[in-house]
Write a protein that binds this ligand. Structure first.
Ligand SMILES: [Zn+2]
Length: 132
């Protein structure tokens, strides 16, 4: 499972902290700007970094532990997008499509509480979310 080792304390398990859910629109999937993140959710993703920078780099991990370099961007109109590797990521994941609800998670080390990265899950009708 995603990002298995904390880079700080080397503990081998991370905990998933649910941040927010997002309904994927056609623009999120096919647009060149990445996925639109609403303002309240943007704060959950970037926290205090949001006010200081136009762009924040965020590491996402998929179910095979591949690292995806996402970039969080604030447009001149004040809208927030997750871009960078997003379009590539979406192209490689059949579960990410228009109309789908996804959940964003933060990956945290339970010992030092270091944020290791992020991951995305798809909600299924029964049972737990599937990490894409
Ligand atoms: Zn740690």
């Amino acid at each position: 499972m995603a990002a298995t080792t904390c880079p700080i304390c080397r503990r081998e398990t991370v905990v998933f902290q649910k941040l927010f859910e997002k309904h994927l629109t056609k623009d999120d999937i096919q647009g060149s700007h990445g996925v639109l993140i609403f303002k309240n959710d943007a704060a959950k993703l970037c926290g205090r970094h949001l006010g200081n920078h136009e762009n924040v780099n965020l590491a996402f991990y998929d179910v095979e532990n591949n690292r995806w370099a996402m970039r969080f961007r604030r447009s001149p109109q004040g809208r927030h997008f997750l871009t960078g590797d997003w379009s590539q990521f979406v192209r490689g994941k059949d579960l990410l499509c228009e109309g789908r609800n996804v959940t964003f998670y933060s990956l945290r080390c339970p010992r030092c509480m270091m944020n290791i990265g992020y991951t995305i899950g798809v909600l299924k009708l029964l049972g737990k979310p599937i990490i894409v």
